[in-house]
Write a protein that binds this ligand. Structure first.
Ligand code: 2M8
Length: 435
């Protein structure tokens, strides 16, 4: 059974691998290279094909801009089978954009640092992989400098996202409060996603109007970070994005220490690390909810909802013992009832929860992977095991889907796997979890 599942996962990754040296998340639905997908995908490849794991990361970092920015989608082809594609995003508006690749002008959670560290671990610290890490690590470091120097508007070590697509959790109910403050025009466009996936499982047309409008504002300012910080109606401190940055910082510190030298880089990273963790605890922790939440910088207030992103600070080592215990209680009480798989992407006890709709409730394997490692880091091994077992069970029952229903149903009669099929990070992270 174990071997069969791993072989199926390997096939998903092999089939999605492209001649350009990168892997698409899912055929038809997502035909390009996505930033955080690539990181997770590399971890899967590393268990059976180190060369592909390396090329995934190398290709992504090859698309880095001159200012250190790494885009969320790299458009390796001019295919118009995805909306919005390169002609809408127009990354070339930014004076330092890559000249080699067209891309978006927004980013995604910074996972590449901890991915490099895990690749080295999977490769048993072998010399070739160390050489690879040495050849790429400064690009990741430059990316962290870009984030801290351009996106930390309060100077406290937390960086903003200006678009819900930067969070990776696209249509989370968390953003509903922000949509209520906006009134974008009605755009005319042809959706492509809903020709691959049941529209009931995807964001609405009106939500897309908001998404496009924020991009238009960023384009009016040629994707200038300072102007975006001034004008974007969406300006948020995301616990997920910041936790990934903190964990990746920690990985860079560990890797540079192994490599030796690099004193200046190490002291920069260490000072940011301390400051970011302190601010995450101060600004994003909500003691009433017993969880980390998002902060709306534009409207200067916390957005008080619990989602799977609320627990990602475990992975970053941010909460103290007291917070960690409160978070575990919240997780168990709201998300962990007997009839549920862990971990729903949004609070199942809230009326905005929707078990079938994308980031409004379903279980996602990448968030589960983050949670599994985070809980283990804090010694909650039983709960971590449950997250792992649930992830494997969902894939075994329903296949390599993009997301899954958190309600336990009968696999013989109910189809609880949603979104895209043969989804790369579900396959890659299953392989990593099983090894
Ligand atoms: C989803 O997002 C894209 C836009 O970036 C989309 O809906 O078209 C999200 O789940 C995101 O987190 C993910 O990286 C991407 C590709 O898998 O799909």
């Amino acid at each position: 059974m174990r071997e069969q599942l791993i072989n199926r996962a390997i096939k998903v990754l092999e089939d999605n691998y492209q001649p350009g040296g990168f892997t698409i998340p899912s055929e038809g639905l997502y035909p390009f290279q996505w930033k955080w997908d690539s990181g997770f995908i590399a971890l899967g490849f590393a268990h059976f094909d180190l060369e592909k794991a390396k090329s995934e990361i190398k290709t992504l970092l090859d698309a880095q801009w001159e200012n250190g920015f790494i885009p969320h989608i790299v458009f390796h082809t001019d295919s118009d089978s995805y909306f919005p594609g390169p002609d809408f995003h127009q990354s070339d508006l930014h004076p330092q954009a890559s000249e080699k690749y067209r891309s978006t002008g927004m980013t995604q959670p910074p996972v590449t640092g901890f991915v490099l560290e895990r690749l080295l671990e999977i490769a048993n610290e072998d010399g070739d992989m160390m050489e690879f890490v040495k050849s790429q690590i400064d690009k990741v470091y430059t990316n962290h400098i870009y984030l801290y120097e351009n996106r930390d508007v309060e100077g406290n070590g937390l960086v903003y996202i200006y678009h819900n697509w930067e969070s990776g959790t696209d249509n989370s109910p968390i953003w509903d409060d922000i949509w209520e403050t906006m009134d974008p025009p009605e755009y005319q466009f042809e959706r492509r996603d809903t020709s691959h996936v049941d529209p009931a499982q995807r964001p609405s047309k009106r939500e897309y109007d908001h998404y496009l409008y924020i991009i238009d504002i960023a384009k009016q300012h040629n994707y200038d970070d300072a102007k975006i910080a001034e004008h974007s109606p969406f300006l948020v401190l995301d616990p997920l994005f910041n936790s990934m940055l903190i964990r990746s910082n920690e990985a860079l510190i560990n890797l540079y220490t192994k490599i030796g030298g690099n004193e200046e880089k190490l002291s920069y990273l260490k000072s940011k690390q301390e400051q970011s963790i302190a601010s995450l605890n101060e600004k994003l922790y909500n003691s009433t909810l017993g969880a980390y939440v998002h902060f709306d910088l534009r409207n200067n207030k916390q957005i008080p909802y619990v989602s799977s992103s609320s627990f990602t600070p475990f992975f970053a080592g941010a909460p103290d013992k007291e917070k960690a215990e409160a978070m575990v209680n919240t997780l168990q009480q709201k998300f962990g009832g007997e009839g549920r798989y862990l971990c729903a992407s949004f609070d199942p006890t809230h009326d905005r929860f929707n078990p079938r709709k994308y980031w409004r409730g379903p279980v996602w394997i990448n968030l589960n992977w983050i949670l599994f490692h985070g809980l283990n880091r804090y010694g909650y091994h039983d709960l971590a095991d449950r997250v792992k077992t649930d992830s494997l069970k969902l894939i075994e029952n329903y296949g390599f889907h993009e997301y899954f229903d958190s309600r336990k149903t009968n696999p013989d009669t109910d189809n609880s796997g949603y979104g895209g099929d043969n989804f790369s990070w579900s396959a890659a992270l299953l392989i990593d979890l099983m090894n």
